[in-house]
Design a binder for this molecule. Structure first.
Ligand code: ARG
Length: 505
């Protein structure tokens, strides 16, 4: 009795603590707190010279200096929140942040869902390619080439108009440029200043900028629609532009006098009415479904291919784990520990971005195609888990079985094949099913190398219509459908292997 009360009490304590934890991570605000004013500003510090991190992890860059100056002159505090560039517009819409400073171009499409401050920087998209590339000289020569872009940027938008080109989207700008250096893409479309800064700072030796600007753009500071801070930010910006602070910051980062900026952007902020109501959520999901299903097909291909290779390698490693030779055993064990003990994401980066760079540094030309890199990473990783499943399955069969088989005159291979393995397989199936399902979900990680599987397709749609909730919900449902389907298939298989076939309804 006392034990029972104790358990109940413990349960309540755990419940209470979890609620508290949950509450402390949410922030409920009643709109702006302009009085003491700390604005949360989103930024993506992988975009030098606009926003990046110093060696000690501090934020720095033109945008950061400018934002700090604006805050100072307009009298508010700034709290920076790091987030991916393609997450900013959804975050602004959801009002999780008050503004963003991210070298964000004022575009008509964005102005439908968020508002922009007055322009603060003149920019444009340029083409970057490798120094030794002679045949990419202008926009037309990009035809049928492989183009790297950052997801959700104006460069990505521009790349859509290149006939026959294969566009690969990466999560941030350094990854696109690394892919270019590695030879995984032929050219990158990115803001010119960013490429030039990278080349000048010596981090992107081997790259060049070709031809003139493809676009003329102005950066603005975005805020949610109807934000009371837009005016504050605009006033601050006007002050720093007038009192010389702007020009000081400009010279600090670019070494030249700033060009004249228009006072108003040619693109007007639009009122939000009617825009979001235009398409119902269901309509949005419905419209994106064909693209998502296309992505699901790629996800399935990737999973099946990696599971097949992973099972092959994993079975081998699992058997070696039981080998009498201690050296072989420890090699297999080392493999399992490494691939199970390091994040899959890190493995993917190592293989796709790291490996070619290392091989090339030895003077070889080598680049991995995305499918190969994705399948290699996923199979190597799942092989480690499958090896453990195979080992466990085999070890779970009582030694008496092998002894009995051998006393019947079966060789050790025959014993394995006819006695141990069929029984072990039945025990291995449930964990193998789990592994299949984990792998199916883990394929979403290869989106980081620009692989357009289900999750990435969703991200790309969100980068266009900014309807993150609907699209990611649809993505989740498609994953769920796939995993339910696979767990059905596995239970059927399990049943078919059951020697005592009982009929269950
Ligand atoms: N100016 C481009 C755009 O607005 C690229 C900006 C990318 N910014 C960044 N922080 N990664 O689409």
């Amino acid at each position: 009795m006392a034990g029972l009360t104790g358990i109940r009490w413990l349960r309540q304590l755990v419940l209470g603590l979890s609620c508290l934890l949950l509450l402390s991570t949410c922030s409920f605000s009643n709109g702006p707190t302009a009085g003491g004013k700390t604005l949360t500003i989103a930024t993506e510090p992988t975009y030098p010279p606009f926003e990046f991190q110093s060696a000690t992890g501090e934020l720095q860059g033109f945008d950061i200096d400018l934002m700090n100056a604006i805050a100072q002159s307009a009298g508010f505090q700034v709290k920076y929140q790091r987030m991916p560039f393609d997450g900013m517009i959804p975050a602004l819409q959801a009002q999780t942040v008050d503004a963003a400073v991210a070298a964000m171009t004022i575009t008509a499409q964005r102005a439908k869902t968020i508002s922009f401050s007055r322009p603060y920087f003149k920019s444009g998209v340029a083409i970057a390619t490798r120094i030794d590339n002679q045949n990419i000289t202008n926009f037309d020569s990009l035809k049928n080439k492989i183009i790297g872009v950052q997801i959700g940027t104006t460069g990505a938008q521009k790349a859509q108009n290149i006939p026959g080109a294969e566009v690969r989207t990466f999560n941030d700008s350094p990854l696109t440029l690394q892919a270019l250096l590695n030879g995984n893409v032929d050219a990158v479309l990115n803001d010119q200043v960013v490429i030039l800064y990278g080349i000048k700072s010596g981090n992107l030796k081997g790259l060049k900028v070709v031809s003139s600007l493809l676009t003329e753009e102005f950066y603005g500071i975005p805020t949610p629609k109807g934000s009371p801070y837009l005016q504050t930010i605009n006033q601050g910006l006007a002050t720093v532009l007038k009192n010389g602070t702007y020009s000081q910051i400009y010279q600090k980062w670019f070494g030249i006098q700033p060009p004249q900026l228009p006072e108003k952007s040619p693109i007007e902020n639009q009122t939000s009415e009617g825009v979001s109501e235009l398409l119902t959520s269901l309509g949005i999901i419905w419209k994106s479904l064909p693209v998502l299903l296309g992505g699901a097909l790629i996800t399935l291909q990737l999973t099946v291919l990696s599971v097949l290779l992973g099972t092959l390698a994993g079975s081998l490693i699992g058997i070696v784990r039981l080998h009498p030779a201690p050296f072989l055993r420890s090699c297999a064990r080392g493999y399992v520990e490494f691939f199970r003990g390091t994040p899959l994401l890190v493995q993917i980066f190592m293989i796709y971005f790291g490996l070619p760079a290392v091989v090339q540094s030895f003077g070889f030309t080598f680049s991995l195609n995305r499918l190969a890199a994705a399948v290699i990473a996923l199979s190597l990783n799942s092989a480690a888990y499958i090896a453990e499943i195979v080992r466990g399955g085999i070890q779970s069969i009582e030694p008496g079985q092998a002894e009995a088989a051998q006393s019947l005159g079966l060789s050790s291979v025959q014993t394995m094949r006819y006695v141990i393995f069929p029984q072990a397989l039945r025990r291995m199936l449930p964990p193998l099913g789990n592994q299949f399902i984990s792998l199916l979900k883990d394929t979403s990680l290869v989106a980081v190398i620009g692989f357009e599987e289900l999750f990435r397709k969703g991200q790309l749609i969100v980068a266009q219509n900014y309807r993150s909730f609907e699209i990611y919900a649809a993505v989740a449902l498609v994953y769920l459908f796939l995993t339910l389907l696979s767990s059905q298939a596995f239970s059927r298989w399990e049943r078919s292997l059951n020697p005592v076939k009982e009929k269950r309804n």
